[in-house]
Every structure is written in C-alpha cells, then in structure tokens.
Design a protein around this ligand. Structure first.
Ligand code: KG4
Ligand code: ZN
Length: 337
C-alpha cells in the first residue's frame, strides 16, 4: 500500500510518499519562510501563488526520491483544513486532479490530526488512547485521542495560539519571522527575571496567551532601550512552557490519563520538550515527543494520518475519487470533523 500525500496549509509546500503507514520513502518540504520573512509573517496571497508555482516540482521530486512510478500509488492524501484557504485550495485541487487522472482513492486529512500522527512515525510502538498537547502557530489544543481516528477536544486556547504568541513577542523583541526558534535561542542568554501573568481557568483546561503577550508589549514600551531582551525572552519562554505543562499535567491527573503525546510546531521548543518529559518522569507518566524534523509542518505527518484513515476504514467507497470531486478546503476545520 503506497500513498502520495500533499500538505499546503500554510507556507510549506510538502509531499511525502509512505509505504504501509510507518515507512517513509520520501519526504520533501519546500519552505517559503525566506519569502515571507520580508513581510514579518505569512502573506496568504503570496503563499498560494508560491504553492501553485512549486507543487508539480515537489510532487515529481517526491516520486523520484522514493524511486516509484505514479502507477504504483494506491491512494492520494491531502490536507483540506484548517489553514489558509487559498494555500489549502492549491493542494486540494492538485490532489483531486492527480487522483482522478490515476483513478485511485483520495483521502482527506485534518492538519491538526496530522501533527498528532507525526508521533506514530517517531515512536513505532505508540498506540491510542492518549492525551495530546498540540501547540502550533494556529492552535493550542488538549485532545484526547480515543482511537486513531477518534478525537475529543478537552481544552483549547481562547485567544492566541502558543506559536502565535511566540511570533508576536519575537516581533516586539525585534526578531524575524518565524519568531519561536529565535526567542528560544535568545532566551539561552537571559534569565527569567520578569514577572509575567499566567492565565488559569478554574472550570476548564483552556489556555489564554493574550495576557502574557500584552504584558510583554507593555513592559517593552515602558522600558524601551533599557529592556533586557534576552531576559524578556527567557521570562516569556518560561511562562508559556509552565502554563502548557501545568495545564496538561492537571488534566492528566484529574482524568486519570497516563500517556501524553506532544505535537505541533512549538513542540520543537527545547524547554517545552524537557519540561514535559522531566515532569512526566517524576510523576510516572509516559511522554512521547516527535522527532524535530516532524514538529513543524511537513507532509510525512499528514501521510501518517492518511494511512490510518484509509487502512482502518472498512467502506473504502468513501475515498472513491468520483465521490470526492466536490471536496473543498475548509479554513476553520475542527478536529474530529
Ligand atoms: O505547526 P507549525 O509549523 O505551523 C502551524 O500549523 O501553525 O507551527 C509553526 C509555529 C510558529 O509559530 C513557530 O514560531 C513555532 O511553531 N515554533 C517554535 C519553535 N519552532 C517553531 N516556537 C517555539 N520554539 C521553537 N523552537
Ligand atoms: Zn502545522
């Protein structure tokens, strides 16, 4: 069983080819970061146009690197949401055309579920059920993964996503897009001496990061040239990783869940990785963390999710391309929909 899977939800044009679910034959990621950097963030129109320009080449490269032919493929997979609508549409349209021309099934994948499935590639022994902390540029979710294709959202951000807060704080500190890795690097030179607010909800496992972000902006404006940027980066990183880890551990304790799986672009953060791991070790919980290459957007993780969708669904007619020609991209697609 061979799947060719496409991901174009934001600023990476990515294609992976996967054999029997956990063996990746190729995983090509063409990032547009350098193009968007000049604007301080992703420009949706430019992202769509760049995907359109690149996608045929990236598909060809994935086929060549895998050493397979189009005629060897069993199905095509594609991210259909959530993400930038124009960017998603490029991948969805290309995937539909490819599946139609080869007359093979089309498997639609939710990007967030893909981030979680990245962990099946890193940890061959991992199986649901588990709790997943998904932290990316667009989402911060606590999701109970009951089974490979069954999800329940137990907590989410009420405003900014964790990655979005990193990116906005980076801008205040004069760092380039995407800011998360640069804030983290600068934090290594500083001390967490700034007292920043931590938002907690007594009655839910939701997050809120707009308070800490606003506090950073206000201090930066007040202190102006006197601001110690490295100390601020360290204080912000400590604050946000504490909130993420403490909320996750509280949920695990309350609901008696003993396994947590980290996912999403912010899971590349070294402090978050080590804090979650060491706390879980102390409490006797199992903690799974994805390989760095599967943290930020890639098609391998979407391929992993597509495999479980396709192989575990008995009625394969739902994937028939003729039943999927109307498939549309959904910018605000929810997990489990
Ligand atoms: O999952 P992802 O690639 O895209 C979305 O689905 O949103 O996540 C990108 C986000 C960006 O906000 C980026 O700043 C953040 O992940 N990020 C990090 C790190 N690496 C990427 N945030 C903190 N520390 C990092 N090392
Ligand atoms: Zn993502």
């Amino acid at each position: 069983m061979l799947g060719l899977v496409i991901e174009t939800s934001c600023d990476e044009t990515a294609v992976a080819i996967i054999k029997e679910g956990r063996e990746l034959l190729s995983n090509v990621v063409s990032t547009q970061i350098d193009i968007h950097k000049a604007y301080g963030g992703v420009v949706p129109e430019i992202a769509s146009r760049t995907h359109t320009k690149n996608i045929s080449y990236i598909v060809r490269q994935a086929i060549d690197e895998a050493g397979v032919e189009f005629s060897d493929l069993t199905y095509i997979g594609v991210t259909y949401g959530p993400g930038l609508i124009g960017a998603l549409l490029v991948g969805v349209s290309y995937a539909k055309a490819l599946a139609y021309s080869l007359n093979i099934p089309l498997v639609k994948v939710n990007h967030i579920e893909g981030h979680i499935a990245a962990n099946y590639l890193t940890h061959k022994e991992l199986k649901p059920p588990f709790l997943s902390l998904v932290v990316s540029g667009g989402h911060s979710h606590l999701i109970y993964v009951k089974d490979y294709n069954e999800f329940e959202i137990l907590g989410k951000t009420r405003d900014d996503a964790a990655g979005e807060a990193f990116d906005k704080v980076a801008r205040v500190l004069g760092l380039e897009y995407p800011g998360g890795p640069l804030v983290s690097k600068l934090a290594l030179e500083g001390k967490a001496i700034y007292n920043l607010p931590k938002t907690k909800f007594e009655d839910s496992y939701d997050f809120s990061f707009s308070g800490v972000k606003t506090a950073v902006i206000n201090i930066a404006h007040k202190e102006a040239d006197k601001l110690n940027k490295a100390d601020m980066a360290a204080s912000f990183e400590e604050n946000i990783t504490d909130v993420l880890v403490n909320n996750t551990l509280k949920l695990m304790k309350d609901k008696n869940i003993d396994t947590v799986v980290l996912a999403g672009g912010v899971s590349a953060n070294t402090v978050l990785r080590s804090k979650l791991k060491s706390n879980c070790e102390d409490l006797g919980y199992n903690c799974y963390i994805p390989d760095l290459k599967y943290c930020t957007d890639n098609a391998a993780m979407i391929a992993s999710s597509a495999y479980y969708k396709y192989s575990l669904t008995e009625d394969k007619s739902i994937f028939d391309i003729k039943n999927n020609l109307q498939l549309n991209a959904i910018a605000h697609l929810k997990v489990g929909e």
